[in-house]
Design a protein around this ligand. Structure first.
Ligand SMILES: Nc1ncnc2c1ncn2[C@@H]1O[C@H](COP(=O)(O)OP(=O)(O)OP(=O)(O)O)[C@@H](O)[C@H]1O
Ligand SMILES: O=C(CO)[C@H](O)[C@H](O)COP(=O)(O)O
Length: 381
């Protein structure tokens, strides 16, 4: 376990001189409008490195609330925001302090906390929590500069995803639930190679170099946030194939903090017990190297957690219903909803393994959390 190397004071609002800062692109605090809403949104945080499946995760989660999540209608086609009837997903890259040129001048990466405008992020999250509308900057990943700000109306569920959702303690206090997607270096490498070589024409050397260059800042500024998470989804190479380095078969661990309000941890068979289960019998088809589940209590950064783990992948996704029937506290609304959701996104990355499975499970837990906090029912679709 890595030590948390930064004091929280170092996380708050550090500044670099910014010629083209995001702040220049937004209207002043005085322009924030009040939205007629009694309660503020339920706020969910998702921390992860880039290229680690946040978009895929968000699609799975927002679909559970119904409606399609799309960029703001008639807005900037390069907007990073996704809006549906109930949810608004904001990408925290929009709160970078400097644009790409500005970072060249500062000599710092976007992972460095000094390159994030936590003051503005705090100001706007607070305003959204109070039901106000804000003018949020847009960091354009195509051009590397800030585009004119976009209007964000306070939603029912606000999801903040990015590199640093939990780094600033002022913002951290707003979350109702915190998720950290933890992709191990080996798997990150395998995914990046698949995507950047096949889809973006990068060379193996340049991909290696970019991962190596990011690593020190990732370790220093992003990774330490996992200690704040209520759920960590850890993605590791399989243990079912000795010395596997292909990164295709994955071992995925869902590490769940105990005692979190409105979050009853899912469990396999018997709550609190320790279970290792190979379900490859008559009800579940398994080809090599098979599937292995684990469930049991543990500690994580000194806190009591339970861990649900799946190594391997499903051959026939519809047979997942068998595993689902042996899980409890899944927050489904009807028998088989978890399997149905997995089938709905069967073409998305990770649909046949623990990444898709646990992301969907977390989505169901978040939906229930929203229902409990807001005392509103979401109709399952
Ligand atoms: N569960 C998964 N299993 C296998 N590959 C995955 C999985 N999730 C993501 N990937 C791979 O990672 C790539 C990036 O996924 P996605 O676009 O969802 O990530 P992201 O974090 O939103 O990325 P970015 O921050 O760069 O926009 C996908 O193209 C896919 O190749
Ligand atoms: O880590 C990242 C996103 O999570 C990006 O590196 C960061 O946002 C800078 O973007 P770009 O490389 O497009 O200038």
């Amino acid at each position: 376990m890595s030590a948390f190397s930064l004091q929280s004071s170092a996380f708050v609002g550090a500044k670099v001189s910014a010629k083209s800062s995001a702040r220049n692109q937004v209207k002043s605090r005085a322009s924030l409008r009040v939205n007629a809403k009694a309660d503020g949104p339920v706020i969910i945080g998702l921390a992860a490195d880039s290229g680690c499946g946040k978009s895929t995760f968000m699609r799975r989660m927002t679909s559970l609330f119904g409606g399609k999540a799309s960029p703001p209608e008639g807005g900037n086609p390069d907007s990073n925001t996704l809006i549906s009837d109930t949810t608004t997903v904001l990408c925290l890259d929009d709160y970078h302090l400097n644009d790409r040129q500005g970072r060249k001048e500062s000599g710092l990466t976007a992972l460095n906390l000094k390159e994030q405008n936590f003051d503005l992020m705090h100001e706007q999250v607070k305003a959204l929590k109070e039901g106000k509308t804000v003018q949020k900057p847009i960091y354009n990943h195509v051009t590397g500069v800030f585009d004119p700000a976009e209007e964000i109306v306070s939603p029912k569920v606000l999801i903040l995803e990015g590199l640093h959702p939990f780094a600033d303690d002022r913002v951290r206090n707003f979350y109702d639930f915190k998720i950290y997607l933890d992709i191990s270096d080996d798997v990150k490498f395998a995914w990046k190679i698949q995507r950047d070589m096949a889809e973006r024409g990068h060379s193996l050397e340049s991909i290696k170099a970019s991962i190596e260059a990011r690593k020190p800042d990732f370790d220093a500024f992003v990774d330490p946030q996992k200690k704040f998470a209520d759920v960590v989804i850890q993605v590791l190479p399989t243990q079912l194939i000795p010395d596997d380095n292909e990164g295709k078969i994955l071992r995925v661990r869902m590490i769940m903090k105990e005692g979190v309000k409105f979050f009853d941890t899912p469990y396999l068979f018997d709550e609190g017990s320790t279970i290792s289960w190979i379900p490859c019998g008559r009800k579940l088809t398994c080809s090599y190297p098979g599937i292995k589940f684990f469930y049991g209590p543990d500690t994580f950064y000194g806190e009591e957690v339970s861990v649900l783990e799946m190594d391997g992948q499903f051959d026939k996704l519809e047979e997942l219903i068998y595993v689902e029937s042996l899980l409890s506290n899944t927050s489904t609304k009807f028998y088989g909803e978890l399997t149905q959701q997995m089938l709905k996104y069967q073409n998305g990355p990770g649909s046949n393994n623990g990444t898709g499975f646990f992301q969907t499970l977390v989505g169901l837990k978040v939906r229930e959390l929203y229902e409990k906090i807001s005392e509103t029912e979401v109709v399952a679709k």
